[in-house]
Write a protein that binds this ligand. Sequence first.
Ligand code: NAD
Length: 363
Amino acid sequence: MNKTIALIPGDGIGPDVIAEAVNVLNAVGKKFGHSFEYKNVIAGGCAIDKFGEPLPKDQLDIALNADSALLGAVGGPKWDDVAPEIRPEKALLGLRGGMKVYANLRPALMFKQLKAACPLKDEVVGDGLDILIVRELTGGIYFGERGTSEDGKTAWDTEKYTWAEIERIVRLGFESAKNRRKILTVVDKANILNSSRLWRKVAETVHAEYPEVTLNFLYVDNAAMQLVRNPKQFDVIATSNMFGDILSDEASQITGSIGMLASASLGDGTGPGLYEPIHGSAPDIAGKDLANPLATILSAAMLLRYDFKLEEEAKAIETAVEKVLDDGWRTGDIAGDVEAVKAAGKLVGTKKMGELVVEYLNK
Ligand code: NAD
């Protein structure tokens, strides 16, 4: 298979972690007989420095013309004082909007090897957590009609969803659940919100096509509580933009390892998806060979799975990461007792961690 991947390294640790993900993709390509061609996209703070704007159209076009896109992270204190309309984060919104990616898939996966970093009790997490959150990304209250009254004393935002916008999200939820533990929980506030009642109606209708999947509904306040009380009850959660924004952050926190979590933003499949780690640009450790590249490497695995339908290749990356962790290799952020890991000779930097994944992939 020959495919083009747009690389959007961005700022801070973005270029560090993208470099390692590329090494891993090349190793997978070599092992399974695929060739990946990379096109560089300059977006974020570095684009403000170079072009005076965070996402020039010709840079977005590079991503749109590729088969898939892998992003590092954007932003940093250097651009804190730029005008709001050209902030580095505008590059993210520009990419998501321009690429028409309307669904955000965020696995909240707790690696059993990193259980010590989980803030929940042993009896709550058992042998690990594996939740997939499917968040609506381009509609709802973040995009609805908004306003402020002339006297500045009243302000409003509107939560508005169409059947079609909801259907494509719950369908992705059912499709994902079908290949996992077959439980879909739709999170809403249907006791109060009209729009939530529409989410329920759509989910019940689509459910007829997925009889093998159990469909549950949960109010968002209860869902926030259940995520810390009994997270193991969840398999796939599908929800609106704002509820998903909040719950996906909560779910990733309970896994305890920000440097490990990947994400995918998908559209209708006719264009490239956008894959990225959930962490930011970590300016405090940029360029110091301290960043954990695994979240980006695991994002590359999602890219292979969803955009290129290369399940075996995606699994090969995930298994290599598991084995690296099984053998005790750690970057500082996931080391726990850093001194003990150092003494054991297993404390590594960004580059070495990337090399280890390649090495275990080829074992
Ligand atoms: P952050 O995720 O960059 O960093 C939070 C903490 O986690 C820091 O201590 C950092 O060193 C650590 N960390 C993050 N990723 C790590 C990794 N891979 N390995 C080891 N440690 C890691 O969040 P922040 O500090 O709130 O934001 C920094 C900048 O990133 C800001 O400009 C923010 O706007 C931007 N940001 C970008 C994205 C994105 O591009 N998607 C997301 C969040 C924040």
